[in-house]
Write a protein that binds this ligand. Structure first.
Ligand code: NCD
Ligand code: ZN
Ligand code: ZN
Length: 347
């Protein structure tokens, strides 16, 4: 008999859906497997207030293919102009589920972000009062700091001081890549959590740089050395409620990745669940796939877990995905784990 796993339907707690033709072409790869997703606001221009969020939510809803049931959970892009009253009202109406902090210069479209969190203190205080989570791109942008150290330094310079000043603020350290982040989050209260991507469980920095430069493995935060990947695998597969899935699936057209100045981001929506089953089986923790993908996230966001289920079956032949997804903006390269995967989502 072939091996199979049944889990509650998963959610994606960190996703880039973009807009325009890209949104229309890629959303199906999320809505076919996931019930909900925290949708990142880093469009150009970004989603900065409740009106933007409602507009973007409607755009997403109109792009969902027939027969798919999918709920986008919207976020606001934190700027110095963010209005605490607008945030509070949008949160009360369930228009938004989090606010996202991008340090200026840290990632795609982060130029509208924050230089100094002190300058948005009233907003953070309000979020703390109403229990609205802050999602964080956790890297410093100081040019003096080596890119491989930017996450660890962020914990010391920004995250820890923030949590000391505002111990009641709910924070999610997004797409963590280091053992430093794993240790810091593991030891914190239940008000701090972290999302982990499938690609950071699979690649280390050698994948990006050995034998030529591999732009499709370039994402931010950049993958670190093997010991960090190992720490992430232990954290993700542990079942600990501090850690849950955020794919950070971030499509860019192939020409913008294979470029003298290539964009950061891996497109993983299509194969995330298969890749996770593979990793969790390798770590002998298949029973913890459900907490990681379907239970810990809703718990942190104070939402119910999904009642529908998703079945993964281990087949005898490797699963085949398209190498590229076609969109009217150009092709998007699908994340290639570099090994055969036998776990297939049923249906
Ligand atoms: C993301 C994107 O392209 O929007 N890229 C990435 O490498 N992760 C931005 C982000 O999540 O930092
Ligand atoms: Zn980010
Ligand atoms: Zn992201």
């Amino acid at each position: 008999m072939s091996k199979s796993v049944i889990i509650r339907r998963p959610d994606d707690w960190h996703l880039h859906l973009r807009d325009g033709e890209m949104l229309k072409s890629i959303i199906r790869f999320t809505s076919q497997h996931f019930s909900r997703a925290i949708v990142m606001p880093n469009l150009f221009p970004p989603i900065v207030n409740s009106q933007d969020a409602i507009f973007y939510r409607n755009l997403i809803l109109s792009a969902i293919p027939e027969g798919h049931i999918f709920q986008p959970l919207m976020t606001l892009y934190l700027t110095e102009g963010t209005d605490p009253d607008d945030v509070e009202k949008a949160a009360a109406n369930r228009v938004i589920h989090a606010v996202k902090f991008y340090p200026v210069g840290a990632s795609t479209n982060s130029q509208f972000g924050i230089f100094d969190l002190e300058r948005v203190r009233p907003i953070l205080e309000r979020m703390s009062e109403i229990g609205l989570p802050l999602c964080v791109h956790g890297e410093v942008t100081d040019p003096e700091i080596d890119i491989f150290d930017r996450e660890a330094v962020f914990i010391d310079r920004v995250l820890d001081p923030l949590r000391t000043r505002m111990p009641e603020l709910k924070v999610i350290m997004e797409h963590i890549t280091t053992s430093d982040a794993v240790d810091y989050v593991s030891q914190a209260s239940s008000l701090l959590a972290a999302t982990i991507t499938p690609h950071h469980l699979i690649i280390n920095r050698n994948h990006i740089l050995v034998g030529g430069i591999h732009p499709h493995y370039y994402c931010l935060p950049v993958a670190k050395r093997q010991k960090h990947r190992q720490a992430l695998r232990i954290a993700a597969t542990s079942g600990s409620s501090h850690f849950f899935l955020g794919t950070d699936s971030a499509p860019h057209v192939t020409s913008m990745k294979e470029n003298a100045c290539g964009c950061a981001g891996c497109f993983t929506s299509i194969n995330t669940m298969s890749l996770l089953a593979h990793v969790f089986e390798e770590e002998e923790s298949l029973e913890n796939l459900e907490p990681f993908s379907s239970l810990n996230g809703p718990k942190f966001y104070a939402l119910e877990a999904n009642t529908e289920t998703l079945i993964l079956k281990k087949q005898s032949e490797p699963v085949l995905w398209p190498k590229q997804i076609q969109t009217r903006e150009g092709n998007v390269t699908v994340f290639d784990p570099g090994f055969d995967v036998y776990w297939q989502v049923e249906g």
